[in-house]
Write a protein that binds this ligand. Structure first.
Ligand SMILES: [Zn+2]
Length: 325
């Protein structure tokens, strides 16, 4: 039953938030709460790899406005969202993920950068708070080239990650960096093309941008998996170490409160809505079948958890917080 799925998800989230809140109250001046905060993100291990979710911050948007972006049963979505967000404001989370493989420092996406709003653009600050410097990042793997994923690559026209090589799927680069596609796009989308160009070009000029094709191993323990639809080259990165797996799936889910329950719900930002919905169903089924952990760019911080299936609907089960170290 669809309503049951949502209640389950809501209840889990409420329990998760309550536990988090209580832990922070109980341990306010002790190590666990303070350390999580001071370390700039959510730290966990996947096999031998250290994974840190870096929050870029939160963007608030009224439920009504968000509903206009979603395609699906509007009445039902309105009902779910109003119960889920009693304040009437949807809190849009943005996460990036830092991976310390032991021999290499890899960043999956970079957040919005500083220019968008004062409440977001915090990936770099959180990376520093986690004990790393942008110059230490060796490679950046982009899930796609929307502004909330590439914005942090630059500060003005300068590269933030001066020693990093940026990687993206070839279809993604060919689409967003193409002048004729930009010229043919609606006015609002032209800005997305421009953001992709402004953030990627300094890396191209420096010889620090590379594309790949197919589901390749981008580095030992991290493979790319094309999940095209949201954008033409939208890609997940699958972290595999010592039998543990974490699928960092970018924008497979935008509004968790409704899209886990009904994966057919699409959003205005999808380049190909039909394909985006199809691919969402496929990857949801795949992670459930394999009991893989997932990490989402727009799932409430730290955005990592398991997915459960229930009669064609899905529930998200977040990892407990703070993480064990
Ligand atoms: Zn996004």
């Amino acid at each position: 039953m669809k309503t049951l799925g949502c209640f389950k998800y809501s209840r889990l989230l409420i329990i998760f938030l309550a536990i988090t809140f209580l832990l922070c109250i109980i341990t306010l001046n002790t190590a666990s709460c303070a350390e999580v905060e001071m370390k700039g993100g959510y730290h966990m291990m996947v096999g031998d790899f250290k994974i840190i979710t870096l929050s870029d911050g939160i963007n608030q948007r009224p439920v009504e406005q968000h509903l206009q972006l979603l395609q699906g049963n509007k009445e039902k979505m309105k009902d779910v969202l109003e119960r889920f967000y009693p304040s009437g404001q949807i809190e849009g989370t943005v996460n990036a993920f830092l991976i310390d493989t032991g021999s290499k420092l890899v960043l999956i996406d970079t957040g919005n950068g500083k220019m968008v709003s004062p409440t977001i653009g915090k990936v770099i600050d959180n990376l520093r708070a986690a004990g790393y410097q942008p110059e230490q990042v060796d490679e950046i793997y982009l899930t796609h080239m929307h502004g909330d994923h590439v914005g942090g690559l630059v500060s003005g026209k300068e590269r933030v990650f001066v020693n990093a090589t940026v990687y993206a799927n070839k279809h993604e680069a060919n689409y967003w960096l193409d002048d004729s596609n930009q010229n043919a796009a609606p006015e609002a989308t032209k800005r997305t093309f421009q953001a992709a160009k402004d953030t990627i070009t300094p890396y191209i000029t420096a010889g620090k941008f590379k594309t790949f094709e197919g589901n390749i191993q981008v580095t030992p323990g991290i493979r790319a998996q094309g999940l095209f639809g949201h954008t033409p080259g939208h890609t997940a990165y699958v972290i595999e170490s010592k039998g543990d797996t974490l699928v960092l799936w970018g924008d497979i889910i935008h509004v968790a409160a409704v899209q886990f329950e009904d994966p057919l719900i699409t959003i205005a930002y999808d380049s190909d809505k039909e394909e985006a919905a199809k691919v969402r169903q496929q990857i949801l089924a795949e992670v459930v079948k394999n009991n893989w952990l997932i990490g989402g760019a727009h799932i409430v911080f730290p955005g990592i958890g398991h997915v459960q299936a229930n009669d064609g609907e899905y529930n998200f089960v977040p990892l407990k917080f703070p993480a064990s170290k």
